[in-house]
Write a protein that binds this ligand. Structure first.
Ligand code: FAD
Ligand code: NDP
Length: 426
């Protein structure tokens, strides 16, 4: 049993949706393109799962957040794929790939062949078991990667017999889910190993702004330690957590957000890997010329930093996907991918954006007791990173534009004095 397509997108997440839209813009013909996804639904905007999806009032539900609404583009419902002659093979896991033969084998036993393959398999949530803690398959322990996880989390939240949640991890999932739990009137303790939240991006000063607000909402921060074991009741439900520092916390619900691993396993030994992902060039092309990789799974050259990075954020997924399609369909006119890293988050009524890189000296600006403040990172005499909380659309555009230019900065105190005025003036 088998089918053949010109273009196959493996994975049906954010990158797949944006790639599909780009294929139609570039004029793909009926029946030439298929998307194979383990998930049972058409591509959607994954960021909604830790935000609107978890709201107690008027929560976001599909079909409202199918791609590509996150970039203010068309909403691609299953009907849209049908109308555009794109085959959606959903609820189907690909269990092996042969890049030499240009074939994929599904768990249902079907062989799908391609002329061009785009790998968009994203990543999976790391499990506590990988850190030596067992029991995270208990019914009230939740991870958050896909729609099924989010649906389960809502279910556990709604059926919880008590109102104490423990959030493990102080990164993106930890911070966004903790805020959502508070909005659902659940008491939250956050446990993570670093001295402050968002350890890889925030400085202590930025982190303490958000932590202070979370504390004012009743969130209990337990830092510098990790989970050592769960406490179970006779029914196998978790009732508490024991921590490595010897303390323990009651728990009616546990949410774990301790990072991800890119889904590369189908291609290990067949394609070159780098930084935990699949290595691609500035055309998003892997070590096999018929195979491209985009989104969380790809390690691509970030031109402005002169090195390859693997970025786990939605903007990179959207833009790398579009670029790969352009490189496949219009190889002679598509320039190198030249991407400025962009991360953002929204929690409570906060909203921040970050562009560039966070190395070097930090220069703060704005009012850290008010609604808008920010920071620049200056490395080797150039501004290379910008963070802004509570900015306007124009201000965010300005920090993005100026960060890309990497302007020279001779005087840090002058930059501090000018603050946001520095980017607005340029
Ligand atoms: P994914 O969207 O993860 O899609 C991968 C797809 O591949 C999945 O559908 C998966 O089932 C499928 N797949 C994998 N292996 C196989 C296989 N063998 N066979 C078939 N199908 C397979 N980023 C931001 O910048 N801002 C945010 O606010 C933000 N919020 C987030 C909230 C949550 C809850 C999560 C989990 C992530 C968030 N991110 C955010 C990160 C962002 O969603 C990811 O960077 C983005 O989804 C990556 O897109 P992708 O297409 O590479 O992978
Ligand atoms: P992150 O990498 O953001 O954070 C993981 C956190 O867990 C880190 O603070 C990490 O500490 C900590 N940690 C690691 N191991 C343990 C452990 N054993 N016990 C307790 N804490 C631990 O990953 P998330 O899980 O938060 O997010 C998953 C993915 O989803 C990421 O790709 C993220 O980019 C994406 N996402 C993005 C969002 C956004 O951009 N707004 C929103 C939600 C998700 P350490 O740093 O020391 O390893």
């Amino acid at each position: 049993m088998g089918r053949a397509f010109v273009y196959v997108i493996l994975g049906g997440g954010v990158a797949a949706g944006y790639a599909a839209l780009e294929f139609t813009k570039k004029g793909v013909a009926n029946g030439e393109l298929c998307i194979i996804s383990e998930e049972p639904v058409a591509p959607y905007e994954r960021p909604a799962l830790s935000k609107g999806f978890l709201l107690p009032e008027a929560p976001a539900r599909l079909p409202a957040f199918h791609t590509c609404v996150g970039a203010n583009e068309e909403r691609l419902t299953p009907k849209w794929y049908k109308e555009h002659g794109i085959e959606l093979i959903l609820g189907t896991r690909v269990k092996s790939a042969d890049v030499r033969r240009k074939t994929l084998l599904t768990a249902a036993g079907e062989t799908i062949s391609y002329k061009f393959l785009i790998i968009a398999t994203g990543a999976r949530a790391l499990k506590l078991e990988e850190f030596g803690v067992s029991g995270s398959d208990a019914e009230n322990v939740c991870y958050l990667r896909d729609l099924a996880d989010a649906t389960r989390l809502v279910d556990v939240m709604q059926n919880s017999t008590g109102d104490n949640a423990v959030v493990i991890g102080g990164g993106y999932i930890g911070m966004e889910v903790a805020a959502s739990l508070v909005i659902n009137k659940i008491n939250v303790s956050m446990v993570f190993p670093e001295p402050h939240c968002m350890g890889r991006l925030f400085t202590p000063k930025i982190a303490s702004y958000y932590e202070d607000f979370y504390k004012s909402k009743g969130v209990n921060f337990v830092k510098g330690t990790v989970l050592s074991s769960f406490v179970f009741n006779p029914d196998g439900k978790v009732t508490g957590v024991n921590l490595k520092d010897g303390s323990n916390l009651p728990a009616d619900l546990v949410v774990v957000g301790i990072g991800i691993r890119p889904n590369t396993s189908l291609f290990e030994g067949q394609l070159t890997l780098e930084k935990g992902g699949i290595k691609v060039n500035s055309r998003l092309q892997t070590s096999n010329t018929s195979v491209y990789a985009v989104g969380d799974v790809a390690s691509f050259p970030v031109k402005i930093f002169g090195e390859s990075r693997r970025l786990e954020h939605v903007d990179a997924a959207r833009k790398s996907a579009r670029h790969a399609v352009a490189a496949i369909m219009e190889p002679d006119t598509t320039p190198d991918f030249d991407y400025l890293p962009f991360f953002y988050s929204r929690v409570f009524s906060f909203s921040w954006q970050f562009y560039g890189d966070n190395v070097g000296e930090t220069v703060y600006f704005g009012d850290f007791s008010g609604p808008s403040f920010g920071a620049y990172w200056v490395h080797k005499g150039h501004l290379i990173g910008s963070f802004l909380e509570g900015g306007s659309k124009e201000e965010y555009e300005a920090i993005a534009k100026v960060t890309r230019l990497k302007p020279a900065v001779d005087d840090l105190s002058e930059l501090e004095r000018q603050g946001l005025g520095f980017v607005v003036a340029l």
